[in-house]
Design a protein around this ligand. Sequence first.
Ligand SMILES: Cc1ncc(COP(=O)(O)O)c(C=O)c1O
Length: 381
Amino acid sequence: MVPKLLKWVEIDSSALSHNIHQFRKLIGENRKLLVMVKANAYGHGMMEVSDIALRAGADWLGVDSLEEGLFLRKKGFNCPILTVGYIPFEGLKEAVTNDLRITVYNLEAVSQLATICRQLNKKALLHVKVETGTFRQGVSGEEVLSFIHKIQEFPELVLEGLSSHFANIEDTTDHSYAQFQLKNFNNIFHELKKNNIKIPIKHISCSASAILFPETYFDMVRAGIGIYGLWPSKETYLSCLLQKRKPLLLKPVLSWKTRIAQIKKVPKASFIGYGCTYKTTRATVLAVLPVGYYDGYSRGLSNSSYVLIRGQRAPIRGRVAMDFIMADITDIPGINLEDEVILIGSDGEEAITADDLALLVETINYEIVSRINPLISRIIV
Ligand SMILES: Cc1ncc(COP(=O)(O)O)c(C=O)c1O
């Protein structure tokens, strides 16, 4: 039973476990599966997701920041945790103390880590991020050998991993750029091998590459969006069909709900909400819903999205405000105050998905779910 909350996110633990099993089946038992739980587990709730994911067979958790890693440690997660973002110098000591695996791509951080490890009499596990063509973080192919030699000068530093990240694998059905990046990754790794440098864990694969290209698996796959039951993009789905692969059966994990705060009758030709952007074309019944852009319901959805009430679509009228939206329920009889309303999720034949909302505001499903305010309760169902 969901307690009487005003707004909440429901996490379907069986859907999450199902998706993890799908990825496990794909990559096999001998590789590690890292579940990306950064950005509050893409809005799904970092603690809740981490717990379910590990019980369903995830090996590692991936976070962006030191703060996210420390949050997990404080909550008692003692599994391997990889930080993939940037840790400022003054945070490195805490990262090492808390056994966070650290992604490195600056020599300054390497030297500081060596000093810290000596002070703490503790080793640090490092993953060197290499540049293969995304031009976000990473050490260039030409510099990687000397970068690694520098790490090897310090016995306190353990070179555990080599990683990279694809730039456009989700954006297109033409994967020549991803293949180019994969080739660069392979070349770097072979060059290192020639120089007797052994890397225990090589990893480059995200959800889309895990779905489409087994040759990207190496020793570990870092999956995010697919674990949450969302396709990385329609191009990924289409690529799957073009490759004559049976698409994974992914089950959306998140539903987002609220309750009606007021029901009101509005005469024909009334303006609704800030800016008077909607004028009623008939006598209208409105449901006022206590959710707004502060909660992560994009202002771009003004006058364009809908919610589900009693399994029927109720269009949003007027602008999305900071804390409220208004839905037209004229055609849905029998609605009462505090009735449940679905912002994302399904009810009977009807559904409103993160992809639907993403399309309306010209963004991606990743952004829709990861922007749901972390203060909203995540309830496991
Ligand atoms: C470094 C890194 N690895 C893996 C992932 C997971 O990607 P996806 O959610 O597409 O599976 C991300 C997500 O942005 C990432 O930044």
